[in-house]
Design a protein around this ligand. Sequence first.
Ligand code: ZN
Length: 91
Amino acid sequence: MEASLSSGRDGTAAVSLDESIGRLSRADALQSQEISLSLQANVRQRLEMVRRALAAIESGTYGACVGCKNPIPEARLEALPETPLCVECSA
Ligand SMILES: [Zn+2]
């Protein structure tokens, strides 16, 4: 009786340890999936901005803010060539 109780306790401890490891790795997997999904979303969003910038270059409107229609400063276009907005409008 005593032996089975203590072995039962050992078994419980081993199971709960495994469960917490399993939960951790599941959380890790979910987190890295979320990170890669948000990275993919960022890349897609940036690609879309680049496409729009290229279309703006073709139509001659590139470099003008789509928000306020003012010219976007060159320094900003050098840092973020695909941005459709000036600093004020993107804030
Ligand atoms: Zn603007």
